[in-house]
Each structure stands twice: as C-alpha cells, then as structure tokens.
Design a binder for this molecule. Sequence first.
Ligand code: C2E
Ligand code: CA
Ligand code: CA
Ligand code: CA
Length: 277
Amino acid sequence: VKLSGKRNYRFYDAKYSDVLRARTQKEEELRYAIEHNQFVVHYQPRVDIFTGITSSMEALVRWAHPTKGLIGPNDFISLAEETGLILRLGELVIDLVCAQLAHWSNRGQELVPVSVNVSSRQFNETDVANIISSSLARHNIDPKHVEIELTESSMMGEAAADALASIQKIGIKILVDDFGTGYSSLSQLQKMDFDVLKVDQAFTSQLEASEEGTVFFKTIITMAHTLGMKVVAEGVENIEQVKILKDLKCDEIQGFYISKPLPPSEKQPILPRFFLP
Ligand code: C2E
Ligand code: CA
Ligand code: CA
Ligand code: CA
C-alpha cells in the first residue's frame, strides 16, 4: 500500500510539473508576444435594431501567433489576467484601436465609435482614464469615438465609482458587459449612471425557447429604460431573436446574425445599413 501510494504520488507529481512547465512556457510566449506586438484587433458591429445603422464596433483582440495562426482571446486572456500581463496587453489593445481610428480618419472616413474590453485587473490596478486619454491624444482622436466595456464584477471595488466617474468625465461611455451574469444591485445601477447594458448571450439564446426568457429580457429593458440606459442583446444569431427583441423594444443588437468580428478593412467602418425584419 505504501509503495503504490508513493508511486501514485510521484505519478501525479510528474504530471503536475508538466502542467506547470507548459503554463510557464505559455506565459513566456505571451510575454514575448506582447513585447513584439503579435496582436491584432477584429471588429464586430453593434447595430440599432430599428434603423439598422451601426452605432459602434466592439474591438476583440486576437494573438497572431507566428506558427499557430490566429488565437482567440479565450485561450490567453485568463492567463494574462492571472499573471498581470493583461495590464500591458490591455494598454496595447487601447493603442491599437486608437491607431486604427486615426488610420480611418486620415483616409477621410467618418468614424464609428469603438468599444474596448477592459479587464478587471486593468480597471482596478491601472489608471484607465489616463491611459486612454494619452493614447487618444497621441493619435489625435476625439474621446467620443471610444467606449469601454466592463463586467459587473470588475466594478465591485471601493475605488470603482471614482474611476468610472473620471472615465465618463473625459467623454467616454461605459457599457456593462455580460449583464445578467454578475451581481449588480438595482441601487448600484441607479447610482452609477451607466450608458449601456449589454445583456449576455446566455439570455439571448433563451429567447425563443421559453416564455420565461422573454420575460427576463423584458424586465431588464424596462428597468434600463427607466434608469436612462440603452440595452444591447449580445450573441444574436437568428431572425426569430431579432423579431422578439424588436417587440420588446431592445435598442441594439450584436451577433453573428449581423456579422462576425472582422479584421479592419480599408473601407472600414463596415457600414452598410443592415436590413432587419
Ligand atoms: P465578450 O466581451 O463577451 O465578447 C463577445 C464574444 O462573443 C466574442 O468572442 C465574439 O466573437 C463572440 N460572439 C459575438 N457574436 C456571437 C454570436 O452571435 N454567437 C456566438 N456564439 N458568439 C458570438 P471572442 O472574440 O472570442 O472574445 C471572447 C472574450 O474575450 C470576450 O467576450 C472578452 O471577454 C474577451 N476579450 C476579447 N478581446 C479582449 C480585450 O481586448 N481585452 C480583454 N480584457 N478581454 C477581451
Ligand atoms: Ca465585450
Ligand atoms: Ca459580452
Ligand atoms: Ca444614463
């Protein structure tokens, strides 16, 4: 018993160190990638449900890995968060977005605002207002062209209200991302004066399935409108969802039904007007 126990222990030990080694290697690769700018940003439009006009585009980062090709954020954002690399990566994304806006603007395109995802650590450990405004100034871009997306849980800290206020003071809109999956209270929502609630895809996907899903959405929309906020449905994939959301007076939609995230094109912003039922 003792022997096999020992062997077992060693077996797990070896496996564990393999996992650790792989993780450390990925962390080093990620660090290198950040230093060498191996990231690109794709853009996904968010559309007014009544006019079909693009009101904004969400910036979604991808790692352009030299041998593995494009890697999606689900494969590296949590590691970046755990290791703190997200602080530099986050700054890099903000700068990539401002540079892209400047590029479009220099080509004479009319700009559509871009919303940038800001992670919890980035929001709580760095001066996001300052980082964004320096990047905007460097690229000569008006703050009204940038918005930020924050989850409910990242805004729980003591200093959150002050940080949010200084971001809004520069003229940058704040969107609550993945709404419905966190724990914001009604009083918190009322106090904070956010601009937009982005309702998580999990709720959009329940729209056709059950009456309950529809009622849930309707309740959020009524509450948001009472508090002066717009509502975006995330992850809209089909026409049935669009119809229901229109009936519910949801303001905007985003999802594969409209467009998947796309690399920036020379003709950007992707602005055909979308025709909705
Ligand atoms: P998110 O902020 O909730 O972004 C929406 C995700 O849903 C994106 O995945 C998008 O491609 C995907 N999506 C959009 N429409 C649909 C649809 O109709 N159906 C389905 N099934 N999926 C849809 P992506 O690009 O893989 O990003 C995943 C997550 O990674 C994001 O979730 C966000 O939390 C994070 N992320 C992406 N870019 C950044 C970034 O620059 N900084 C930080 N901190 N996080 C980022
Ligand atoms: Ca988002
Ligand atoms: Ca989301
Ligand atoms: Ca408001």
